[in-house]
Design a protein around this ligand. Structure first.
Ligand SMILES: NC(=O)c1ccc[n+]([C@@H]2O[C@H](COP(=O)([O-])OP(=O)(O)OC[C@H]3O[C@@H](n4cnc5c(N)ncnc54)[C@H](O)[C@@H]3O)[C@@H](O)[C@H]2O)c1
Length: 348
């Protein structure tokens, strides 16, 4: 055990997904004295192969297949935990435009179930980390976007996450639960579903298939490597709770790139043909400009991202190149149903 550090039990919801699985694996490696319970419904986005990696840690890891909306399951697991890290969500903007019901169920009602269980177990829950998203801000009114930037969610996904984000805040204001709200910007890295931009581009480039850009590709985002996000979460887990309770923190890198720039970078790094970059109709609900302020995380937590975009992209490409079995069967999921503004429903 690390000196002076008490062993903790963490409940991680959504731990079979992209960021959740990276967090669980890194946490188990970093803190051999801790136990991690994962609650995950294994939706299309949850991957049992991600869970297998964590299973190598034996009894220190438990996988619980179940729905975060179910209060009994959540209550039973929160009852055993010291810390809750809540990732479980429907997470794809464009899917929320086609069919948003499950987004409100999981992202809002699931968060309510977790927050209620945290409240019921207030005697032993040390902290509850709620993973929100920068999508709650909408397109930047001012850059860089500070944590008090207006919330103008531009898609059903973003509005469901904004509801959950403020729900957690209201539980801090009303009941004083030890919650912290994190707003990561665009993450990329190993084990990300192929529906998301970077893995879609990387796996297409590796197979010499078209890299499809929606709209003119000028939309800009802050791109953060997933290990940095996991590191920021660890930092919040160690921070003085009286300093961070009820606070919101952006998790971003300052590495702002347009979609076209990402496409170019992937093509260069893979050595693919530039003619593979192809533009098609835009998807509605997209944020045009997103660049986060890193000032508060740096000032309050003393945390900054460590992995630059070129390095992060190289690591990501290496992982997808080395792990074709993880993703080859999922190629068809790059295309998703999208409802256009004129009412047409198409596979994009
Ligand atoms: N990926 C990003 O760039 C990004 C950026 C900002 C915030 N976030 C947030 O981070 C969190 C994790 O994102 P991700 O990219 O890893 O998502 P993901 O889609 O890869 O994983 C989500 C996980 O949640 C599980 N899940 C979905 N519905 C569930 C339910 N009802 N009960 C239990 N489990 C359920 C899925 O099976 C999956 O394992 C989400 O809350 C997302 O909103 C993601």
């Amino acid at each position: 055990m690390a000196s002076g550090r008490r062993a903790r039990t963490l409940l991680v919801t959504g731990g079979a997904g992209f960021i959740g699985s990276n967090f669980v694996i890194q946490h188990l490696q970093r803190y051999p004295e801790d136990t991690v319970l994962v609650l995950d419904a294994l939706t299309y986005a949850g991957n049992p192969d991600n869970v297998k990696v964590a299973m190598q840690h034996g009894e220190r890891f438990e996988f619980w297949h179940g729905d975060v909306v179910n209060p009994e399951i959540v209550q039973a697991l929160v009852g055993r935990a010291d810390v809750v890290v809540h990732f479980a969500a429907e997470s794809h903007v464009a899917r929320s435009i086609f069919d948003n019901r499950v987004f409100f169920q999981t992202d809002v009602m699931g968060t309510q179930a977790v927050a209620n269980a945290v409240l019921k177990n207030a005697d032993h829950i040390e902290r509850f980390i709620h993973i929100s998203t920068s999508e709650v801000y909408g397109t930047a009114v001012h850059v860089p976007m500070t944590e008090d930037h207006p919330l103008n969610p531009m898609s059903p996904y973003a509005s469901a996450k904004a509801g959950a984000d403020r729900l957690v805040y209201s539980y801090v204001a009303t009941y004083g639960i030890p919650a912290v709200i994190l707003r990561p910007f665009n993450n990329y890295g190993p084990r990300q579903h192929l529906e998301k931009l970077v893995p879609r581009f990387v796996t297409s480039a590796l197979r010499s298939l078209p890299l499809t850009v929606h709209g003119d590709g000028s939309a800009k985002r802050d791109w953060i490597y997933v290990d940095d996000t996991c590191d920021a979460i660890e930092c919040v887990l160690e921070a003085d709770i009286e300093v961070v309770r009820g606070e919101v923190f952006n998790i971003c890198s300052g590495e702002v790139r347009s979609v076209l720039e990402i496409g170019d970078a992937v093509i260069d790094a893979v050595g693919a043909d530039r003619s593979l970059l192809a533009t098609i109709d835009d998807r509605p609900g997209q944020v045009q400009h997103h660049a986060g302020s890193r000032e508060k995380t740096s000032r309050v937590l003393g945390w900054q991202s460590a992995v630059g975009f070129d390095e992060g992209l190289e690591r990501t490409i290496r992982w997808y190149r080395d792990n074709p079995a993880w993703w080859e069967g999922l190629d068809w999921m790059k295309q998703i149903p999208v409802r256009l503004r004129d009412g047409r429903v198409v596979l994009h």
